[in-house]
Design a protein around this ligand. Structure first.
Ligand code: SF4
Length: 236
């Protein structure tokens, strides 16, 4: 219910989204130079497992669990070698542990059966893995430097709506809007910039517009600032 309010927030007149997206991303990149994936992993298998475990919980929580998990489970076989209850216990603190255990075991089984125990290289192959949805596959591909889309999580959804980059509410439709708007070389960094800005400044309930570096570019800003205007040369 609450998310509807993002769409309804008062809108100031600003330049069209196509003109604003580059300066928005440039400023966010300068502001959050450290923005990147917050999960800790040493290889692609650990990346895949971390992203699968991160559903419905925080990256900090996942990192706490995987610190010991990855010392014990190093190869796909290791996830299948223990009783189901033991794996459930080992990931219990990430929540939804039964479902996640099922997904992990199904994924490891398929990795061994069809991919020689390696994490597969394409989006289509990743999507075949049990419990691996588009968001998970997108994160894995982006971290490999080969983004196939834009990861849409709760922060990306909220900020994209506030910034007027989309009017949609469904993550798949939001992604469709964003890939048309954002240049491909920025697909991987885009979610990180919005996630970090969302965490640090543009809070869901209390956005700190007064210290936001893109307030003049944001139609949902709650402070009065002179709206940004493109340079005449850039204004076609
Ligand atoms: S101006 Fe306010 S609503 Fe817009 S991005 Fe910044 S913090 Fe969020």
């Amino acid at each position: 219910m609450a998310h509807r309010s993002f769409v309804k927030e008062a809108r100031r007149r600003v330049a069209p989204k196509k003109a604003r997206v580059v300066p928005v991303l440039d400023r966010l990149a300068a502001e959050h130079a450290d923005a990147g994936i917050a999960l800790t992993f040493r290889n692609e298998l650990e990346l895949l497992v971390s992203v699968m475990l991160s559903a419905q919980t925080t990256d900090v929580n996942v990192n706490r669990v995987t610190k010991t998990l990855f010392a014990k489970y190093r190869r796909p076989e290791d996830y299948l070698a223990v009783p189901v209850e033991e794996l459930e216990q080992d990931i219990f603190q990430t929540g939804f542990f039964r479902q996640k255990t099922r997904s992990l075991r199904g994924t490891m089984t398929l990795l061994l059966a069809d991919f020689g125990g390696e994490v597969p290289g394409t989006m289509e192959e990743l999507l075949r893995l049990p419990g691996v949805a588009r968001k998970t596959a997108n994160v894995v591909m982006a971290e490999r430097g080969s983004p196939q889309g834009i990861v849409v999580d709760t922060h990306v959804r909220r900020l994209s709506q506030r910034l007027g980059f989309t009017k949609e509410d469904d993550p798949v439709k939001i992604e469709r809007d964003l890939v048309k708007l954002v240049s491909r070389e920025r697909w991987a960094v885009f979610p990180h910039l919005l996630i970090w800005h969302g965490r640090r400044v543009c809070d869901a309930r209390k956005p700190a517009c007064e210290r936001c570096v893109i307030a003049d570019l944001c139609p949902a800003s709650r402070i009065e600032v002179a709206p940004w205007a493109p340079e005449p040369a850039a204004a076609r």
